[in-house]
Design a protein around this ligand. Structure first.
Ligand code: ZN
Length: 331
């Protein structure tokens, strides 16, 4: 089978053996993989990930153990990429979401979906109803991440919330927060992000108009950069909440995080959220994520895109199995 293999600094399309499946795992045939700007870090020096990228994966079951009767061949599913170890103290006490030894398909210690076949535990599969097509289902994870974060922040309806950043993650976080928190706004640079914000009637302003009034109850960073951390430190109120949509902090974040400590701000590390939350939004048709689809690509095209500029990657839907030509999704 063919798979994209990422190394720090490189990515290539390789022919590999079919992946072996463990006793609790299913062999999956990926059909759609959504790429976001964050996937760009994979073939760069920022992470040491070696393996097959792709965390937002929709596919069909190719082979499952007989006892997994509801996972017959051809069953449509979306994956939850986070696989807890199942053995540590956290996992045994029901806190598998914070398992320190968890692997994440396509991101950490486990191959993802940019391949013709992948292995994934049966427990990580969510069955797709006919009402959710493959394209929309590919957004279940970023939608779920936004919804899980909204719940974790526990804000009140009158609270002021600012989302900082460009692209699909920022737009989805704003759209999801806004459904319960009407005073949510988005500050971004990218014209395409501004256009979709207008289309979805989100409150939006250019990032360089960010004030330093220390009045926001919560600031959400869709990506972590020095510029966004600085903007956040100027607008967050004392004892406000700063949410980083990231899996961990890096050493260079330390200075800004120290200044936030002077405001007694709470820093929330919001890694990946629950796919089930994203599916619930899609089932209700509360948000139609297809506006975020910027490009369709084949597995071959995805290699070049992974090595290109991060904004170019955002909203790219890789179709596997019926090789489309690279094409813009909309004029
Ligand atoms: Zn564990």
């Amino acid at each position: 089978m063919r798979a994209i293999v990422a190394d720090p600094g490189a990515a290539s399309l390789a022919v590999r053996q079919d992946p072996p499946t463990g006793a609790d795992e299913v062999l999956l045939r990926p059909r759609r993989v959504l790429l976001l700007a964050a996937d760009h870090a994979l073939p760069s020096r920022r992470r040491g990930f070696l393996g097959v990228p792709g965390s937002c994966v929709v596919g069909v079951v190719e082979r499952a153990a007989d006892r997994l009767a509801d996972l017959a061949r051809g069953t449509r599913v979306v994956i939850d990429p986070v696989v807890p170890c199942g053995r540590c103290g956290h996992c045994r006490s029901g806190l598998a979401a914070v398992c320190p030894d968890r692997t994440i398909a396509g991101l950490r210690g486990r191959d993802g979906g940019l391949a013709e076949l992948m292995a994934i535990p049966a427990a990580n599969l969510h069955l797709l109803p006919d009402s959710i097509d493959d394209d929309r289902a590919a957004f279940a994870l970023p939608l779920g991440t936004a919804a899980t974060l909204e719940r974790r922040l526990g804000l009140r309806e009158e609270d002021l919330v600012t989302v900082l950043g460009d692209g699909a993650a920022a737009l989805l976080a704003t759209a999801v927060m806004r459904t319960r928190l009407p005073r949510t706004r988005l500050l971004s640079d990218d014209p395409a992000t501004a256009r979709i914000a207008a289309q979805w009637s989100l409150r939006h302003r250019p990032l360089d108009e960010a004030g330093r009034r220390h009045d926001q109850d919560a600031v959400v960073l869709a990506e972590v950069s020095p510029r966004l951390l600085d903007a956040a430190s100027g607008m967050l109120r004392p004892r406000g909440q700063l949410a980083l949509m990231a899996d961990g902090v890096e050493p260079w974040h330390a200075g800004v995080l120290a200044s936030l400590r002077r405001l007694e701000a709470t820093v929330v590390l919001a890694g990946l959220g629950r796919v089930a939350d994203g599916l619930a939004i899609l089932r209700r048709r509360a948000i139609d994520p297809l506006a975020l689809l910027r490009r369709r690509a084949s597995l071959e095209d995805a290699v070049g895109l992974l090595l290109g500029a991060a904004p170019e990657l955002d909203g790219t839907l890789v179709q596997i199995g019926h090789e489309p030509r690279i094409a813009a999704a909309r004029p």
